[in-house]
Design a protein around this ligand. Structure first.
Ligand code: ADP
Length: 542
């Protein structure tokens, strides 16, 4: 499952959130702990100094242990700590002892305690007692415990007033609660679970000592300890808050991670689906481009690649078909003279062996077929060499007009024989072109050969050269039938011959022209006028 980007993304979102919450939590908690410990110590120190100065005032008036005890107990109750008063050699004079469970609930001063004991002994209700609750207890919560305590510890019918100083954000106020211990004490309620109250009010381990009198020569010391562990409470509260916040943040990260990963993974999924369709052979498959981001760009590039791949495959298929056709055509062209030669040889070996005239005729025919075979193989070899770029042209600067005139001169006799007007149109001044002259002459020869072959008697063939913006053009124009428009797209292919022509030929002439012109980085075009003739133009760049 975690191999998929989707889940890895979600996991990293959640992991990052947890890590952040953990780091912030650890730092936050240690700050909270540090701050609350500082405050706790400051609180204890302030109290210890205050008690020490009161103790000093008492001691100035003379040593009275009971006064010191009263001071210690009152201070212990009000500050909710254990108070010890030590003499200068650190012997304990007064020790209020650790805070008891009862003291945590309600404090009964010694006078009231004596009064209550007397009332309990005589069995009479002592009237109204006033009781005080420790200052910083959330006593409203503990009220049922307080009531139970009062019912168990005060004689039935005792009326009580409970006083509590409630410290709020805007200051402190005094609250009173009045009540009466019922006559019939109901079934004693079960004891609270052991340690419940202690657990509710953990005690600090801080111990603060303040000197009484001159710190250099103190009369004794006030030692405060066992106050409420406010720092632990604060840290616990902060930890709970962090845990809740962490849980919330994790859930949020999970939801956001799922949303983001889904939006990222969907286009990737469709890209993968397209790739596998292409892999299965469907080259027309394209990925949907739904976004402009990096994934969108990948999809666009992927589609471009697919486009090129499809085009290349189509081109390869077309080339393969052309090659097959070429092989078939070539073997057909070669087979024709070979078949003729075989039948001549058979005739010469058999029936014509003794006929001198027939023998001479067959030998002449055989020589013609061998010439044809040689011509075809030579041209094929030339063509494939030219096309494969194996032939390096012998380039030199020549006068294009002279090339045209010289090539056309070789056709004069044939034109006269066929009663065709052969003309040459070249500019007066030399038209220089950089070319392989024998090869360019071969191309012109092929064009003139076709022109004379296809033009009927009485027609005209014109060859010429002229300057063009890009270089030089050499052209051959005739007044023959022109190229059949259906043949036009294929006349430059090897072995392609026009369908309606009874003229002899191999279909290699124009493909040789095309290859030679291409080797010169030029082009050959045809201006076809069906029924009126055509003009083939070779353009050679400067
Ligand atoms: P071939 O002439 O041996 O048939 P080419 O490659 O020279 O082969 O020419 C291919 C085809 O182009 C010809 O068969 C003919 O149909 C057409 N063609 C070429 N030149 C001309 C022309 N001057 N007039 C009409 N058709 C032509």
């Amino acid at each position: 499952m975690f191999r998929s980007i989707r889940w890895r993304l979600v996991a990293s979102f959640v992991g990052l959130t947890l890590l952040t919450v953990a780091v912030v939590g650890v730092v936050g908690l240690s700050l909270v702990r540090q701050l609350t410990v500082q405050r706790e110590v400051a609180f204890l120190q302030a109290n210890a100094s205050a008690i020490a100065s009161q103790a000093e005032a008492l001691l100035r008036r003379g040593y009275d242990l009971s006064r010191l005890q009263d001071l210690a107990h009152t201070a212990a109750f009000l500050s909710d700590t254990r108070v010890r008063i030590l003499d200068s050699s650190r012997r304990v004079l007064v020790d209020t002892g650790p805070r008891t469970e009862v003291e945590e609930l309600v404090w009964v001063d010694p006078v009231t305690q004596a009064w209550l004991q007397q009332a309990q002994a005589t069995g009479q209700a002592p009237g109204t007692v006033i009781l005080t609750l420790p200052t910083n207890r959330p006593w409203v919560k503990l009220w049922p415990e307080v009531e139970r305590f009062l019912a168990e510890n005060l004689p039935a019918g005792t009326e009580y007033i409970v006083v509590q100083r409630v410290v709020g954000a805007g200051g402190s106020r005094v609250e009173f609660r009045t009540g009466r211990v019922p006559n019939q004490v109901a079934q004693p309620t079960p004891e609270p679970a052991a340690g419940a109250l202690a657990a509710a009010s953990p005690r600090s381990t801080q111990v603060i000592v303040a000197p009484i009198g001159d710190p250099a020569q103190p009369w004794g010391f006030v030692e405060l300890s066992g106050g409420l562990d406010t720092s632990r409470q604060a840290v616990d509260t902060a930890r709970r808050a962090f845990t809740l916040a962490g849980l919330g943040a994790t859930l949020l990260a999970l939801a956001i991670g799922l949303l983001v990963s889904r939006s990222l993974a969907a286009p990737l999924d469709s890209l993968a689906a397209t790739a596998s369709r292409m892999g299965a052979g469907d080259l027309s498959a394209r990925a949907p481009v739904t976004t402009q981001d990096e994934i969108g760009q990948v999809a666009t590039q992927f589609n471009r690649m697919a486009e090129r791949l499809e085009t290349s495959f189509a081109e390869l298929a077309a080339e393969r078909d052309a090659l097959r056709r070429f092989v078939a055509d070539a073997s057909h062209e070669l087979r024709t003279p070979i078949t003729a030669l075989r039948s001549f040889v058979e005739l010469l070996q058999g029936p014509a062996a003794d006929d001198a005239e027939a023998r001479a005729e067959f030998l002449a025919e055989s020589a013609a077929q061998i010439n044809r075979l040689e011509w075809i193989t030579q041209n094929l070899l030339n063509l494939s060499r030219l096309d494969a770029g194996l032939v390096s042209l012998d380039l030199a600067v020549h006068d294009a007009g002279e090339i045209v005139a010289d090539t056309a001169a070789a056709f004069k006799a044939r034109a006269a024989e066929k009663d065709i007007a052969l003309a040459v149109e070249t500019p007066d001044r030399p038209l220089l072109v950089r070319c392989d002259r024998p090869r360019l002459e071969l191309a012109l020869t092929n064009l003139l050969d076709n022109a004379l072959k296809f033009t009927p008697s009485g027609g005209a063939v014109t060859a010429g050269a002229k300057a063009t913006p890009a270089g030089v053009a050499l052209w051959v124009s005739d007044t023959g039938p022109g190229v059949d428009p259906e043949d036009l797209p294929r006349i430059f292919e090897r072995f392609y011959r026009g369908r309606n022509n009874g003229a002899p030929g191999s279909g290699l002439g124009l493909s040789i022209v095309h290859s030679i012109v291409q080797a010169h980085h030029g082009r050959v075009t045809v201006d076809n006028r069906p029924g009126e003739g055509c003009t083939f133009t070779i353009e050679i760049p400067r």
